[in-house]
Design a protein around this ligand. Sequence first.
Ligand code: R1P
Ligand code: URA
Length: 284
Amino acid sequence: MINKLAASELVLNPDGSVYHLNILPEDLADKIILVGDPDRVPKVSKYFDTVEVKKNKREFYTETGTLRGERITVMSTGISTGNIDIVMNELDALVNIDLKKKEFKSEHKSLNLFRLGTCGSVNPEIEVDNLMISENVVGLDGLLHFYPDYHFENEFSKNFLAGFPYQKIKEMLYFGEWSKKNAELFSDAKYIGNTATFPGFYAPQGRQLRLRSLDDQFLETLNDLGISNFEMETSAIYGLSKLLGHEATTIACVIANRRRGEFSADHQKAEKMMIEWVLERIIK
Ligand code: R1P
Ligand code: URA
């Protein structure tokens, strides 16, 4: 195995920080909250007792501090699995690669990742402004096919593939699941379900403004195959966590019910409830 990484492969800033996240190894806690929206970062860190690091570049905003004596990081990823590819690889490099020597470390460190996102439900029974934990995920974004060592299947994935009718898209599907180690933290969640991650918000999620999407039954078909909700990051977070040896769980507030055509009347309130609910459970 090649162990010394070229400057073009592991790209660093002049201060030695990783290229996009713009942080150094000491800026990162082992427990990390990932949020899509950069504006959600201070909404999380306002609950911290101390904040020692505040850094940013592009859409990647990081704050690290302590809560009830435990070190914790909150970081924004921006939208979509393309960004998650950057976030996951650079987070892993920060803990598992010696950035000065550009060599892999002999000891592996596992990070504990919690995505706090928003999502749209495709089950008419799932009420907006409640929380959904992603137990299984199907990726329709294709990212993990660029990592040939990735393979994941379970009962959910087998049943989903057997029933999936869109032949052109079937080839790009891949699957993942939540961190079983963290599952008990969230056992009292209102909804624990199966998430579909898409490479877009409009036609990929069946929305039609001036352009048509695949078909008018898209939401119903996916719901019949066991999907509860749609969003744009979890497949890559779960897939890359499995490959790199990290624990990951997605918690999202349902802000849209796509089958009923409803959108949250106050999604800021739902977001606040999610942040408090998660912090209560991940830091005792
Ligand atoms: C789309 O509006 C964005 O919202 C959801 C989707 O996954 C996508 O990133 O998550 P966040 O609220 O975390 O960004
Ligand atoms: N985020 C998404 O990706 N889709 C929705 O419908 C709502 C939030």
